[in-house]
Write a protein of this length. Structure first.
Ligand SMILES: Cc1cc2nc3c(=O)[nH]c(=O)nc-3n(C[C@H](O)[C@H](O)[C@H](O)COP(=O)(O)OP(=O)(O)OC[C@H]3O[C@@H](n4cnc5c(N)ncnc54)[C@H](O)[C@@H]3O)c2cc1C
Ligand code: SF4
Ligand code: SF4
Lengths: 143, 602
């Protein structure tokens, strides 16, 4: 299901110093065509169709079309990701629709506290990691 | 390339990779580094928010031991792993990860990962060790905690994204950092470090995938984990382990959607095209693989094997009987139409979320072929082989265990530094990069990263000297890194089509050649996962030509340079695999590979 970019919707992330899709693709596939100021997938058959680019695009300009070598045409799976949930719209080849919404996190974005609020210790020679045993809920097993 | 700037970064601890294990390492190391005034630098070729195997998200945490709640002990986990890998595992490592993993899971929950809870507020299990999650943002959340931890170091915490690590920086047999290049700017990077943690995942596309058209990238294992860990540790001279243990998962066919929830949560059966259930009909075959054929749960590779035998006998396709499983669950509610409706909705949403959280294209494939799982079954199949030390594979570097977990017999052999130290001084390995500690998955990899993060800081305090690397070494490495670009520039005018040129090979064709060799001679999909000594000799012969031709890899730009280096890394993993396959004169994991000339277990 390689990603593709809808030209009318892509604004090349004008306001940013780097485009969102290029920033996020774990396989470095999204590229900006400098002349047209539109993004494209430079190597579609290396695409994992993880949809990371789709989820991050500020103008919903990216979609995916199922890998043509094994998927019949006509379906789509479209995410809408917000700060605490994601909504999926699935369109079947026969036209039927399904919609699902799932939570994605329980805390405010950016606010993950590394120690999780667990008690810390300062013994670098002990087998306990710095939030243990508090974060384990009990003592660390030893021989 | 000659005008690319050389950027030298000096640091105390270098973390190469930004995935689950690297995030664990950064989170823990930052704390101890801060207490001791040390610097930590993390380098990822992608963006940490969505890098590595968890980029898309996951629908389950596959390792939770529940020690404090009395569910299981660390020893229970060791027993499970040893059996699943047919007796091959480092018990001290598996035990160590098991005793720390719950702590990582509890941190994930605090950081904001939604873990399913039942009415009493207990975690919902998918299986004995697996927890159900709403895991679309799993990686974002874990990376966020790591980044926040690094931020607490101020100037002593540095993160480089979009820098591709090509290999180690070595001095007198010691690892003193790494080199790489920016995939965004014209910069060559030299990271000089007192200690380095290698955490760059496993390898895919070493073997030919089943789909070779547009679906080439839809391997189960993400196309962006390319053997960089194996290359890095091998190039640094570290001893490796379990290089013969590839991992072959059974997944929904073609889109490779997960089957765990279907087997474990929904208790679905797998049957062949004639309604035969290989797990029942082929039970006698398990007698051949004792004692492991008789253990519960039956090892993953033996389950694979029974299904493969059906395929070899022409009984395919194999189906996951989703319709049966959902019907059976629905039947339990048949006298209560309201509860039935609620349960059906719940099941439908659980089934689809499983795919949407971690294999979106499987949802697409169902939609494209009008599949409703409650109505009809879906095909499952064995994937092509992967190298991954953290899932149900075991390949990786041979590492030191923790001192307090050694017995009198193991101490000499299994402990020579802190947790995760390889046999190369100054180099640690974690996650998919460390071997013989299978089944650590996302959570265990994170925990292992934390263990090594603490051990590495302790190691630095004990070996606190800044590396001195001479300029000549750096120049040689620089030339090596950019050679494919020089080759392209030098010869590009020799033909009218830059793809076909007698003077060089482009990375894509190089990869196709590698995959063809591995697939046909080293037991890939088209060889029915079978090989023998003669096939392996032939593989080595052809790999030797490939290695010679690697000198002629050509890259037009830095995107292609990245692809060249990924394939150099893959080729190293391939050679290491073939050599080790030759060495193990038996068939031990028949559902991972079959040595036709040595068809039984020793
Ligand atoms: C499809 C799939 C499904 C899975 N499902 C589950 C599940 O349901 N539950 C579960 O608990 N576990 C699951 N796992 C296992 C889990 O994802 C892994 O165990 C875990 O991610 C391993 O962590 P790691 O740090 O070793 O590698 P990764 O998390 O893959 O990280 C590798 C990192 O290295 C970086 N990198 C690679 N090469 C280079 C280079 N040359 N230079 C710089 N950086 C580089 C990558 O960008 C990435 O940041 C699944 C894995 C896969 C592939
Ligand atoms: S993120 Fe969207 S708008 Fe921005 S460049 Fe990519 S496709 Fe265009
Ligand atoms: S779907 Fe994933 S792999 Fe494909 S281009 Fe988008 S981010 Fe990259």
């Amino acid at each position: 299901m390689p990603s593709y970019v809808i030209p009318d919707k892509c604004d090349g992330c004008k306001a940013l110093d780097k485009t969102a899709c290029q920033y996020i693709c774990p396989n470095d596939l999204m590229k900006l065509n400098k002349a047209t100021e539109k993004a494209y997938n430079q190597d579609p058959d290396m695409c994992w169709e993880c949809q990371c680019c789709v989820k991050i695009c500020p103008t919903q300009a990216i979609d995916v079309r199922g890998y043509a070598d094994f998927m019949p045409l006509g379906a789509s799976v479209v995410p809408m990701r917000s700060t605490d949930s994601i909504m999926w719209t699935i369109k079947f080849r026969d036209g039927s629709l399904k919609r699902f919404k799932f939570p994605i996190r329980t805390t405010e974005e950016g606010k993950a506290v590394p120690d999780g609020g667990f008690a810390k210790h300062s013994d670098i020679n002990s087998p306990e990691l710095y939030t243990e045993p508090a974060s384990s809920g009990g003592p660390i097993a030893k021989l | 390339m000659n005008n690319w700037e050389t950027v030298v970064v000096e640091t105390d601890l270098l973390i190469a990779g930004g995935g689950m294990s690297a995030c664990g390492a950064a989170t823990e190391a930052a704390y101890w580094a801060k207490a001791n005034g040390l610097k930590v630098t993390l380098v990822d070729k992608a963006a940490m928010d969505r890098s590595g195997a968890v980029a898309m998200g996951l629908s389950a945490i596959n390792q939770y031991v529940g020690i404090a709640r009395g569910d299981n002990t660390a020893n229970d986990y060791v027993k499970y792993v040893r059996q699943d890998l047919m007796g091959v595992c480092r018990e001290d490592l598996v035990y160590d990860i098991a005793r720390h993993v719950d702590s990582s899971v509890h941190l994930f929950e605090k950081w904001g990962l939604p873990i399913w809870l039942d009415e009493e507020g207990n975690y919902v299990h998918e299986g004995r060790w697996q927890l159900m999650i709403n895991g679309e943002s799993y990686k974002i959340i874990v990376a966020e905690a790591a980044k926040n931890a690094m931020a607490e170091l101020g100037d002593n915490g540095e993160i480089y994204e979009r820098v591709f690590i090509t290999g180690p920086l070595l001095q007198d047999g010691k690892c003193v950092g790494a080199v790489g290049f920016s995939t965004r700017e014209e910069k060559f990077y030299v990271f000089k470090a007192k200690t380095t943690i290698c955490a760059m995942g496993g390898a895919v596309h070493v073997f030919k995938p089943r789909s070779t058209g547009e679906g080439f990238g839809r391997s189960w294992y993400p196309p962006f984990n390319t053997g960089s860990s194996a290359y890095f540790t091998l190039a640094a001279g570290a001893e490796m382990t379990c290089q013969e243990v590839r991992f072959i998962p059974i997944r929904f066919k073609d889109a490779y959607g997960p089957v765990g929830a279907w087997f474990l949560l929904f208790k679905a059966r797998a049957t062949n095209a004639f309604d035969g259930e290989y797990m029942v009909e082929r039970r006698p075959e398990l007698e051949k693989w004792l004692p492991y054929g008789k253990v519960k749960p039956i090892p993953a590779n033996l389950r694979n094997w029974l299904g493969m035998l059906d395929i070899f006998e022409g009984k395919g396709p194999i189906y996951m009987r989703t319709e049966e499983a959902l019907q059976r669950i629905a039947d339990e509610y048949k006298d209560d139409p309201k509860a039935f409706k609620k349960k059906s909705k719940e099941l439908e949403s659980e089934a689809w979320e499983d795919f949407l959280d971690m294999t979106i294209s499987q949802a697409m494939l169902w939609a494209a072929t009008n599949v409703n799982p409650e109505e009809k079954p879906s095909e499952i199949a064995a994937c092509e082989p992967y190298f991954i030390g953290s899932h149900s594979g075991a390949s990786g570097a041979w590492i030191s265990g923790s001192e307090d977990l050694q017995t009198a017999e193991t101490k000499g052999e299994y402990f020579w530094g802190g947790y995760g130290l390889t046999t190369t001084p100054g180099l640690f390995a974690i996650g998919d990069a460390s071997g013989a500690s299978s089944h650590k998955f996302s959570s265990g990899s994170h925990a292992e990263g934390r263990m090594a993060g603490k051990a590495a800081i302790r190691y630095i305090l004990a070996n606190n000297t800044a590396p001195v690397v001479d300029d000549a070494t750096i120049e040689t490495l620089r030339d090596k890194v950019f050679k494919p670009m020089v080759t392209f520039e030098e010869h590009k005018g020799a033909t009218t089509d830059p793809n076909v040129n007698p003077n060089y090979i482009r990375p894509r064709q190089f990869m196709y050649r590698l995959q063809k060799i591995m697939d046909e001679y080293a037991g890939g999909v088209s060889a029915n996962f079978s090989t023998n000594n003669k096939q392996l000799d032939r593989a080595m012969e052809l790999l030797t030509f490939l290695k010679e031709d690697s000198e002629k890899l050509a890259a037009e730009n830095n995107y292609e340079l990245e692809r060249c280096w990924e394939n150099l890394h893959r080729a190293m993993q391939a050679e290491s695999h073939v050599r080790t396959l030759m060495f193990r004169e038996e068939t031990r994991w028949p559902g991972y590979y079959f040595r036709a000339d040595m068809p039984t277990m020793d």
